[in-house]
Ligand binder design. Structure first.
Ligand code: SF4
Length: 434
């Protein structure tokens, strides 16, 4: 495959070597390039020979640079190839349970091993073959895998894919090659919890030390499940059982391998009404992006931030809005902050998710519509603080495509968002800006 160079970074190594916008890249160090991984892998050396087509001419350019420095070439698409879509129809797929009419990109079911390496996405391994796995091994790419269960027959049923079971063999191939994997299990009551979860954790621990971590997250069910596989949400005792199974396995792994390996998502502790585990429980937070340890880390940082805060804080009243699940947790943080700063009044509002359905309680799925409907006419104080996860990563836009400024106008209040970072959270609440 050849790829057109759509832009070139000024004064980059390739720019200095005379590569031009519009050139067609044919090969790098004699290797044809099929995608961005090939491009990154073969151009890592300090002396890189590019074979290019410019008009009718074929030419060679030698780029000299430090090892692993980027050449400075840009292509029409980031992957230099189409994104790989998934070939499953998982019984718990969140995308299948979304209401119609949302932005198109939210319906895209990606399952692309390249995005696992580049962005940390989780992949099921179901659309990979032996050659793809060998490439991952040859390139030494660590990968994040959605395992769900190691029972092959159950995996086929859960993913509605008759090949999903046999693809589990790749876990062992990857582990035997010495690469590391982070894994996730979407846990569904009565399906892959209980004895099945024990089996999965046992099987994964057989691959230690090449399993870096395993996040177990509860299935999320929206109100848009008509015609889909009948699933239920975890209740208090179901969540308690999941925690017990994981904590038993953790004790064994800690003794054998010096790491707990598996971690329950924060939601399980909320559902089970259990106290948050201590800081050391989360080790170095390997599954933070998967919602594991967010509350513990936020709590610890707020405590630290309060200890180090010597600012003069003015009288102020703010509202913190979050999802229903974390409402009590934020109330506890608010009380702690108000004890230390009595001049600050904090009100916490847990927003019921009417958009997706009331069983969806996480902050990241709260829409502006629900925020506005439920807070309109409420005395919100000087500022409304929302978690950053309610917004698109790169734009102040909610899931229902309303913007922060739409919500500000509707509620007639300044809205600011805070990352899950106790220092930023405290600054926003106290009105400290630098
Ligand atoms: S792998 Fe399963 S859960 Fe993920 S997008 Fe595909 S169908 Fe949905």
């Amino acid at each position: 495959m050849s790829a057109e160079i759509t832009d070139i970074v000024k004064h980059s190594p390739a720019f200095r070597a005379g590569v031009k916008k519009g050139d067609i890249l044919i090969s790098v160090n004699g290797h044809e390039i099929s995608d961005v991984l090939d491009y990154m892998f073969y151009s890592a050396e300090d002396r890189t020979e590019l074979l290019l087509k410019r008009g009718e001419k074929t030419l060679k350019k030698v780029v000299v640079k430090s090892e692993y420095d980027d050449l400075g070439l840009e292509f029409a698409s980031f992957l230099m190839d189409d994104k790989r879509t998934c070939c499953n129809k998982c019984i718990f797929c969140f995308i299948d349970q979304m209401p119609p009419g949302m932005r198109e990109t939210l319906y895209f079911k990606d399952d692309d091993a390249r995005l696992s390496f580049l962005h940390g996405n989780y992949v099921t391994l179901t659309n990979l073959n032996d050659k793809d796995i060998q490439r991952i091994i040859d390139m030494r790419l660590n990968i994040n895998v959605s395992v769900h269960t190691t029972n092959p027959e159950l995996r086929c049923r859960m993913m509605n894919n008759r090949f999903a079971g046999e693809k589990l063999k790749y876990l062992k191939m990857i582990a035997d090659s010495g690469l590391m994997m982070n894994c996730q299990i979407v846990c569904c009551p009565g399906i892959n919890d209980g004895a099945e979860l024990e089996r999965t954790l046992d099987d994964l621990s057989e691959l230690m030390p090449n399993i870096q971590s395993v996040a177990v997250v509860p299935v999320g069910l929206t109100k848009y499940r008509e015609g889909l596989f009948p699933l239920t949400c975890f209740d208090k005792s179901g969540a308690e059982n999941v925690i017990c199974i994981i904590e038993n396995k953790q004790r064994e792994c800690l003794e054998k391998y010096g790491t707990r390996m598996a971690f329950p998502a924060d939601e399980f502790y909320l559902l089970a009404e259990r106290e948050l585990p201590p800081t050391e429980f989360y080790e170095d937070y390997p599954q933070y992006e998967n919602g594991v340890g967010l509350m513990r880390s936020l709590y610890d940082e707020v405590v630290q931030a309060m200890e180090g805060c010597n600012e003069n804080i003015s009288k102020r009243k703010v509202t913190v809005a979050t999802g229903k699940a974390a409402e009590d947790f934020h109330r506890m943080l608010a009380e702690m902050i108000m004890d230390r700063f009595p001049q600050v009044e904090i009100r916490v509002e847990g927003i019921i998710n009417r958009f997706f359905g009331e069983t969806i309680t996480v902050a990241g799925l709260v829409t502006a519509g629900d925020l506005i409907d439920q807070l309109k006419g409420t005395e919100l104080g000087d500022e409304l603080i929302i978690p950053k996860v309610m917004l698109k990563a790169d734009e102040p836009v909610f899931l229902d495509d309303l913007t922060v400024s739409d919500a500000e106008k509707a509620l007639d209040i300044k809205i600011s968002s805070s990352a899950n970072d106790g220092f930023e959270y405290l600054d926003k609440i106290l009105g400290i800006s630098y």
